[in-house]
Design a binder for this molecule. Structure first.
Ligand SMILES: [Zn+2]
Length: 184
């Protein structure tokens, strides 16, 4: 018979190959290289995409972000006032972009502004990973802040901050992920 010319794969080999195929693409790489934080959505995409966050398509972001995070970071949405998990949160650590993992803020610069969203008096290394864009929507003159690496909408920056910098970065909790400072 025609089919008998093909050796049959044993059920054990089939089982092993299925396990291998089901491992996450970045499983091995991510365990030895922590350049992209595991909480960042981009960690679920390929290495090429991780190196070039700006090339990730809207469809790809949709697949790896929660619907809320997608709406806020990729569609410039705003989370409801006082709803964010980092609004009244003051642990010691740093805040990374939820999309690409870029380091954006540290807890030392976070303060309670009472405005209903997480507030920071400055960003990491003077906007090292942040871009500012004039935003005239809703009849206001505001300055939008986005992640420089992946273009995620983060929030706005206002000039009513504490004396030291005079600025208040008003950021959506959903756009950032917190990484606790490890005690040495
Ligand atoms: Zn980013």
């Amino acid at each position: 018979m025609f089919l008998s010319r093909f050796p049959r794969l044993s059920p054990q080999i089939l089982h092993l190959s299925r396990i291998r195929a089901s491992l996450p693409v970045n499983h091995l790489r991510m365990s030895s290289d922590n350049s992209v934080p595991a909480e960042a959505a981009i960690a679920k995409l390929t290495e090429t995409e991780q190196k070039n966050p700006k090339t990730v398509s809207e469809e790809q972001w949709k697949n790896v972000l929660s619907p809320e995070a997608f709406h806020i970071t990729r569609k410039a949405g705003t989370e409801p006032k006082f709803s964010g998990k980092y609004d009244k949160f003051f642990k010691s650590g740093k805040y990374n972009c939820i999309c690409c993992g870029a380091e954006l803020f540290v807890s030392d610069d976070k303060y309670n502004s009472g405005c209903g969203w997480p507030a920071f008096s400055k960003s990491v290394e003077g906007d090292k990973n942040i871009i500012r864009i004039p935003d005239n929507s809703y009849g206001y003159e505001r300055t939008e802040v986005r992640c420089k690496q992946c273009n995620a909408h983060l929030g706005h920056v206002f000039d009513d901050g504490p004396k030291e910098t005079g600025e208040r970065y008003c950021i959506n909790s959903v756009a950032i992920s917190f990484a606790e400072k490890k005690s040495e």
